[in-house]
Design a protein around this ligand. Sequence first.
Ligand SMILES: [Zn+2]
Length: 280
Amino acid sequence: MAATRFRVHHLDCACIRRLTIHGRPLGCHCLLVETPANGLVLIDTGLGTCDLHDPVTRLGLSFSYLYANPKRDPRMAAIHQIRALGFAPEDVRHIVMTHLDLDHVGGLSDFPHAKVHVHTLELDAAMTRRTFKAKHRYRPLMWAHGPDFAAYSEEGEPWFGFEAIRQLQGLPPEILLVPLFGHTLGHCGVAVDAGDGWLLHAGDAYFDPREIKQPERECAWKVGTFQAMVQTVRSERLHNQGRLRELHATHPDIRIFCAHNPFELEEARRTSRSLQTLPA
Ligand SMILES: [Zn+2]
């Protein structure tokens, strides 16, 4: 039986000006998946309207000015781009999170009615904020509206050799969580079979495609330093990059991209057969 055909939109929901790769500011690549029976599914949210309106309160002084300095353009919020596509915010019934870092969850409060799917370890790390690093990256304000979290740790049948969490509540089997720990304790990729091949949103598992898309790992120094600074478990992060490198080499048909690379985002938009959107 042919797989269900989902339309996938590649949204860019942040412009992180201070962190650049090959001269370009980092973006925040989120997916909007149109499913026939389960409404709209958003994968990561990027920065939301509250963040863009009041970055210092929401994101903190250091993220706002020192190491990220995001562009304050309200048109970058996912909710704006979703409305521009002709949908209502309520049409987003599910949000699947790669992890709960501040630059990925800012848009959650724009979709308070959505169920939010996340790995159990990540939700626990974000709620308990046990370390100095955790206190900076996880911002309780982002979930002060009380999201309807659904947390998972039970793995099902593997996905191309990777552990996989399948059967997310209310979601079709073509959308699954793929644990890629290291950047954070419960960091996952999100795999989507849109009907014309698999996509893997690898979140912050890497920032520079050369980390996984060529035989010898290379990484631009700025994003390399940043990743080392914010990683939770270095050995797991590098191990998972090795597994992604092997996946890419053995299955070049799987379209892998990370959350922040502007070149991969452009490539995904170029090669996607779905309609795309840019801020109006
Ligand atoms: Zn990030």
